[in-house]
Design a protein around this ligand. Structure first.
Ligand code: SF4
Length: 808
């Protein structure tokens, strides 16, 4: 026993149990100890997540050239019954799945029936195909193109060429090894008469999938006559292939079920303890990272035990189609599965047919062209999107799920450290950002409590006017739908370049409407120099001396200094003398050059952005800090961004607030032309406000939510998740609207008040720097006349000239 315990320990430090030691486990039957170690090992990587895939099952053909003695799926040709689903039948099933919210189209079918049945060859010819796999390629492609569902293929034994063809229309494939014992294929065995069940043939196929870089599902079937030693042998053979190719994304431990009408209808089914033993052994042999699965419909009364034995996945569950392989065992309703999973202390989390770790390296694991449709379904961690909400859209908010238990000890510990003001590590912040289920509720509740403790019950907003002086820009940020260059001239409205008189008029009108601030940002017009920005400041300051000028992102500041050939410090001093009051913390996007290289490769770098802010703070100009998230980034990038902001704030104290800006995708080149997600999910958007509150405490007291991106109801939810500021009334929001947002260009003070009161908080108008505005301005803001029409003078020239090259 002591020997075995020490052998187990090695797996907790990334080691592996040797093949020889593994075989000795066949005699080890201390099930409670095995399960304890296996579940602890699973938890060390998968935490409280138990995943499943919401799928629709498409049995393209139930004919098969094999005759496994336990199978009810396959049957011989029947007169008058078509061997294959037709194209319209396939699409009908897939569309029903899409309507039911499925992400996966599972194609499971018999193994090459045309090799056994002449009539099938004739049917295939009528469909225009020579083989089942050729028809399958067409059908999987059809489903992907017409419904967006992601195909997973279970088509039996395939050659490497078959696998490669199917790779172009699927995100994953699978083949159960079932057993590595050749004796099961001998006369009297369950695989007698099934040439494709030869273990060598199946192992060759699994290896071929590895060569083809296909995320692959395999597993073993227990209770068909194999010994425990043979199960371990099968798991070791799977492990060897997984280690060689890295492609085995999940291993199913499936229990044999005796089905009436089969030759094994009277065979004894494996005991639950035997199933649990095998799951625990699989976890120990395959390691903490492995995805170990047991189908919930085959052990419906033992779900908590399966979890306790070390699984982390339930496999595919369909809300619309039966399990055609086990028709006697209906899938549990997802709600029931979620409830039972929660009762076992875990959080049911929907995944895609390709697991998160494989999607993160999608350029390697997916065929060209599959990344874009796959990311449409994905959240920031690579799981399935948990809701259909899209930032900036009018989509309904997801119904919040109530907490139904306590948070995990690790989340509680991180929250406690954050509330004490400690600097969290990147790992800790990522862990907060990955919170689901009870952990999610705990993070949000803690952020709300911390908000109340640190800034009280006020919710602030500023009466401000956005003035975007030009939409002509020489940069090519891929998330931007606002800028106009020569190529995009005809795409999104006309290029404009405001006359200075119009800027002055808008500023005066803003003051008359009760504003205390104007916020100025625009494209990087090729004719603009630092003098342009100075002139804008002087003009507004002379016209309305008490109006706070909140203007120029670090990119514009960098550009202005570069075009005048002076230092950042000198340029910022000149701006301040010209009337500039503070800087917006935009152009930050994600402060991580790995992400910037994709979404804004010609923009200033992370360090340049931080340098501008540090210099601005040093000359007495305060600023905000933003994060624009939910595209090609992930929680590690968000955590690094937050930590960089915190580090600078600790040094300068110059940031007034932190502003999460969910990526609004609809009209952006990044979403339309490239592989990007459709913004963060609602859960992620709420969570980042909460995590910002926790991770930036106590150095940044104000967390702002953007009603333009979140919408009215979404912003209200953020106010209950750590945020205490609603940003500005804006008057002329145009940048997010250009990206497809529908939440309007202005939020009046009355509407702001209504939102704040609705969440039982105190509305308070503020100045840019969180002071109290003059009473006359506040009164004027509530009595503001409608805006006069704006005059957007056409740009005289708008070519994207690379004048900024020297700026980088
Ligand atoms: Fe230009 Fe700014 Fe748009 Fe980038 S985000 S393209 S710099 S307007």
């Amino acid at each position: 026993m002591r020997d075995l315990t020490s052998k187990f320990k090695v797996v907790f430090t990334g080691g592996r149990i040797s093949d020889a030691d593994a075989m000795t486990l066949a005699a080890y039957d201390d099930l409670p100890s095995l399960m304890h170690i296996a579940s602890a090992l699973r938890d060390s990587v998968h935490g409280d997540v138990i995943s499943y895939s919401r799928k629709v099952f498409i049995p393209l053909t139930k004919l098969c050239r094999n005759s496994c003695h336990y199978c009810t799926f396959a049957h011989p040709p029947r007169p008058g019954v078509a061997a294959y689903l037709t194209r319209s039948e396939v699409l009908e099933i897939a569309r029903a799945g899409a309507r039911a919210g499925c992400n996966e189209a599972l194609f499971t079918l018999g193994d090459k029936p045309e090799l056994r049945y002449k009539s099938v060859r004739a049917e295939l010819a009528a469909l225009g195909h020579e083989s089942t796999l050729s028809y399958l390629v067409e059908m999987a492609g059809l489903v992907l193109a017409e419904t967006g569902l992601l195909p997973h293929i279970n088509a039996g034994v395939m050659s490497e060429a078959d696998i490669l063809r199917l790779r172009s229309v699927s995100v994953s494939q699978g083949l159960m090894l079932e057993s590595s014992a050749p004796r099961l294929s001998q006369r009297g065995g369950p695989h007698f008469g099934s040439p494709d069940k030869d273990p060598e043939v199946r192992l060759k196929c699994i290896a071929a999938a590895g060569v083809a870089a296909v995320p692959f599902t395999t597993g073993i079937l227990i209770g068909i006559g194999e010994t425990r030693a043979e199960r371990i042998d099968a798991l070791l053979k799977i492990r060897a292939l997984a280690e060689r190719y890295g492609h085995v994304q999940e291993v199913i431990i499936q229990n044999f079920r005796a089905k009436s009408g089969t030759r094994m209808s009277e065979a004894t089914e494996p005991e639950i303890d035997d199933h649990l033993w095998t799951i625990a052994i699989a976890r120990l042999l395959l390691g903490a990272e492995a995805n170990v699965q047991a189908p919930p419909n085959l052990q419906p009364t033992a779900l908590a035990h399966l979890i306790a034995a070390g699984i982390n996945d339930w496999g595919g569950v369909s809300p619309v189609t039966a399990d055609h392989v086990n028709p006697e065992a209906p899938w549990p309703a997802v709600e029931v599965l979620a409830r039972d999973t929660a009762a076992a202390g875990k959080t049911l989390t929907e995944r895609l047919a390709i697991y998160p770790a494989y999607l993160r390296r999608g350029q390697h694991w997916l065929a060209r062209g599959l990344m874009k449709p796959t990311l449409r379904h994905a959240d920031a961690e690579g799981y399935a999107r948990s809701d259909t909400w899209v930032p900036g859209s009018s989509a309904a908010l997801p119904r919040p799920r109530d907490a139904c238990g306590s948070a995990t000890p690790r989340i509680d510990a991180i929250i406690a450290r954050a509330c004490d003001g400690h600097v969290l590590s990147q790992d800790e912040i990522v862990h907060l950002l990955a919170a689901r289920g009870n952990d999610f509720h705990a993070v949000v509740a803690a952020a709300d409590r911390l908000r109340k403790m640190s800034v009280g019950g006020d919710v602030t907003y500023v009466v401000t006017r956005n003035i975007n002086y030009t939409n002509v820009c020489s940069y090519r940020c891929k998330f931007c739908a606002f800028s106009k260059g020569k190529l995009s001239e005809n795409l999104r409205g006309a290029p404009y370049d405001l006359d200075i008189a119009e800027i002055r008029r808008r500023a005066i009108e803003a003051w008359q409407r009760g504003a205390t601030e104007v916020c100025l940002q625009g494209g990087i017009h090729p004719d603009y120099t630092g003098e342009t920005y100075l002139k804008i400041c002087r003009t507004i300051h002379e016209a309305v001396p008490n109006l706070h000028i909140h203007a120029f992102s670090p990119l514009e500041v960098w550009q202005g200094a570069a075009t005048l050939g002076i230092s950042l410090k000198d340029f910022l001093r000149h701006l301040k003398n010209a009337g500039l009051g503070s800087l917006p913390g935009t152009a930050a996007e994600i402060l991580d050059d790995e992400v910037r290289a994709i979404i804004c490769p010609d923009k200033i770098t992370t360090n340049q952005w931080l340098e501008v802010m540090e210099t601005a703070h040093a000359v007495g100009l305060r600023s905000t800090a933003t994060i624009m998230f939910g595209h090609v980034d992930n929680p590690s990038h968000w955590a690094r961004h937050i930590l960089r902001i915190r580090a600078l704030q600790t040094h300068t104290g110059g940031f007034t607030e932190f502003v999460p800006l969910p990526f609004v995708p609809m009209e952006t080149p990044l979403y339309l032309k490239m592989a990007a997600r459709q913004g963060p999910t609602f859960r992620e958007s709420i969570l980042i406000h909460a995590v910002a509150r926790l991770a930036l405490h106590p150095v940044i007291p104000n967390i702002q939510t953007s009603w333009v991106k979140m919408g009215r109801e979404g912003a209200m939810a953020c106010l209950q998740a750590g945020a205490n500021d609603l940003g500005g009334t804006l008057m002329n929001e145009t940048i997010t609207r250009a990206a497809g947002a529908v939440h309007g260009q202005e939020m009046s003070p009355s509407a702001m008040t209504d939102m704040i009161v609705a969440v039982d908080r105190n509305p308070r108008q503020r100045t840019t720097l969180y002071g109290t505005p003059p009473t006359t301005q506040t009164i004027a803001s509530f009595e503001a006349a409608p805006l006069a029409p704006v005059v957007n003078s056409p740009a005289r020239r708008f070519e994207r000239r690379a004048i900024h090259e020297g700026a980088n």
